[in-house]
Design a protein around this ligand. Structure first.
Ligand code: ADE
Length: 225
């Protein structure tokens, strides 16, 4: 399986270091993913390379113009491409959605200003609008990078250890359990005895209790579903 990402943004440099680091760098080297960043301004045709304008009808902020975005997508699009627009008013990014997007062959990701993009882009070009959370970032570049990271983890072979994904599907219902590593005694703070016991059943039970309690306290909404 191989997934290609093209991300179109006014700030490619915000995400390039991220894509060149750690697991995303390794995934590209191993041929599981390709990530290409594009400067939206390269598709402008006026002499000021304008990508936004005042909104019709008035109001605060600027709106991204349709022409350069249409030109960029029309150049990068293939028959199998899916176009995703990062937007705070989009569908919430969840493990479930990331797992579905990991089945695609080519994702074109539009990262715009927080004020928004011309509605004709959203109506005519975009297949899916995605939000990474109920807060507003200054632009969608980091949001696009977060989505690429999250989707890539579901590509078979990407993590190396597929067990992490199995444990995680449990984590979508419960929050994680506390993890400890050496030393067993750090400044008098001791690792819970059960983890040193070698009793796997007791460890599993302890972890589950910890998860349930933490979930009840911090995310009771997860227990309702
Ligand atoms: N752009 C600005 N805020 C965003 C968010 N929360 N998710 C996706 N894109 C965004």
């Amino acid at each position: 399986m191989h997934l290609e990402f093209d991300i179109i943004t006014l700030f490619p440099e915000m995400a390039e270091g991220f894509f060149a680091s750690s697991m995303l760098a390794r995934g590209q080297k191993n041929g599981l993913i390709d990530i290409r960043t594009h400067q939206l301004r390269d598709w402008t045709s006026d002499k000021h390379n304008k990508t936004d304008e005042l909104p019709y009808g008035g109001g605060a902020g600027m709106v991204m113009k349709p022409e350069p975005i249409f030109a960029a997508v029309e150049q990068l699009r293939k028959p199998q491409s899916k176009v995703v627009c990062m937007a705070p008013d989009g569908l919430a990014l969840t493990s479930q959605l990331a797992r579905e997007l990991a089945q695609e062959e080519h994702l074109i990701i539009l990262s715009g200003h927080y004020e928004g993009v011309d509605q004709r882009v959203r109506d005519e070009l975009v297949d899916l609008e995605v939000s990474i959370g109920d807060y507003v970032l200054t632009n969608g570049t980091l949001a696009g990078a977060v989505m690429i990271d999250c989707v890539s983890r579901f590509i078979p072979g990407f993590l190396g250890d597929e067990k992490s994904l199995t444990e995680e599907s449990f984590m979508s219902t419960f929050l994680g359990f506390p993890q400890y590593t050496r030393p067993a005694d750090f400044r008098g703070l001791r690792v819970p005895e059960v983890l040193l016991s070698g009793d796997h059943a007791a460890i599993a039970k302890w972890r589950q209790e910890q998860q349930t309690e933490k979930t009840r306290q911090l995310r009771p909404d997860l227990l309702d579903t």
